[in-house]
Write a protein that binds this ligand. Structure first.
Ligand code: NAD
Length: 366
């Protein structure tokens, strides 16, 4: 039986990955610092998983946790895009110094394979085509345009571009400190594993949703943010005009992808893990209100822009399908009833207003 260590294993994705690996016969060890912002609400850890409390920057704790481990899934990270723009040291410390300490500990242990969670945020804007159908490498939007409420991504001639699925060969374009730290995590793991003859894969996750998202943590997870507001009788808050498009992938499909990446004969690459579908944020907000039985709570469209946000990004998942056999099985629209039932049974605080106030106080919403 392989023994797998999951850093950040007590988090939203980690608990689902643990369940998936346990069902495949792995011995599973969770390593987690229980960051208070994420763990404000009680969580149930998967039966049968061993727990080690510790910080990925603590070498001694890691040395103990890595004893007898064959493979590592590295999920531990601070995960808020907006928050990363003012708590810079906290994000770089946990994500990049944390990965560095983990890699040094792995070099001294007997680990054969590592899978790291990267993020779609490293792309910045996704891929686009112009009116003639030619691909265009769109840069980040200009703040002067955004201040005027011109949200669209435009080509050199000023014409709006059409978004299309983003594949792994799109050049990264880092728009937030969070994205910078995720790219550094991804590259550090791939560079290190290559040098030490280990197998490694980075999974670039798109917007992951499902039961177990931290509903009281307003800094991450747009679906959880919408749900926590609607469940407390508040309108979901939508930035810009709500027509920005994202790719929502179910956490159980993501858990399968991690298990596949751990078991596959595949190494040295970063692979997109999304649903391959795109939805406008405004539609998603309405779908959440509907699923929670409050269609009267129409989204509040703020017409404001959050520093670090991009307009459109959704996944081309053909590489993960070819390399891992990854095929998502749960569509957003078919999963929201189950998600709403889970939200209704949870105890949590809606901190969305606090998040917005913090960003506004720092001039990060304009
Ligand atoms: N949820 C998404 O939509 C999404 C999208 C792209 C990438 N990711 C990545 O997936 C991973 C898991 O995300 P999640 O949604 O489960 O977030 P989460 O916040 O629920 O889980 C992260 C876990 O890491 C732990 N942690 C944080 N800092 C730590 C440290 N220094 N030492 C040890 N543990 C620490 C937290 O306590 C938490 O349990 C992260 O690396 C994140 O960047 C998530």
């Amino acid at each position: 039986m392989p023994t797998t260590l999951i850093t950040g294993g007590a988090g939203f994705i980690g608990r689902h990955v643990a369940e998936e690996l346990l069902s495949r016969g792995h011995d599973v060890r969770l390593f987690d610092a229980f960051v208070p912002q994420v763990h404000g609400d009680p969580v149930r850890l998967p039966d049968g998983a061993q727990l080690v409390r510790g910080d990925v920057r603590d070498r001694d704790a890691l040395d103990g946790a890595l004893k007898g481990v064959d493979g590592v899934i590295h999920l531990a990270a601070e995960v808020g895009v907006g928050q990363s723009m003012y708590e810079v040291a906290r994000y770089v410390g946990a994500n990049d110094l944390g990965t560095a300490v983990l890699l040094e500990a792995i070099a001294a242990a007997d680990v054969g394979r590592i899978v790291v969670a990267s993020s779609m945020s490293i792309y910045g804007e996704g891929r686009y085509r112009d009116a003639q159908g030619a691909p265009v490498a769109a840069g980040l939007r200009r703040s002067a345009d955004l201040k005027r409420g011109d949200w669209e991504v435009r080509g050199p001639d000023g014409q709006p571009l059409t978004p299309e699925p983003t594949a792994e060969d799109k050049q990264p374009d880092l728009a937030s400190i969070y994205a910078l730290t995720k790219y550094a995590q991804e590259r550090a793991v791939l560079i290190f594993a290559d040098a030490y003859g280990m197998n490694a894969t980075a999974l670039r996750l798109f917007n992951v949703f499902g039961a177990g998202q931290a509903l009281s943590n307003p800094y991450t997870g747009v679906l959880a943010n919408f749900a926590s507001r609607v469940a407390k009788g508040e309108r979901p808050t939508v930035f810009e005009d709500g027509r920005q498009r994202r790719d929502f992938v179910h956490v159980r499909d993501v858990a399968t992808a991690f298990a596949q990446a751990l078991e596959a004969d595949e190494s040295g690459r970063a692979l997109n893990i999304g649903s391959g579908r795109s939805y406008s944020i405004l539609d998603v907000a309405r779908m959440v209100s509907e699923a929670l039985g409050r269609p009267d709570l129409e989204p509040e469209v703020t017409g404001r822009f959050r520093a670090g946000d991009i307009r459109n990004c959704f996944a081309d998942i053909s590489a993960a399908e070819a390399a891992l056999g990854f095929r998502p099985t749960r569509r957003l629209e078919d999963s929201l009833t189950e998600f709403a039932q889970w939200v209704e049974a949870e105890t949590f605080t809606d901190n969305g207003g606090r998040m917005r106030a913090e960003l506004e106080a720092r001039g990060l919403v304009s």
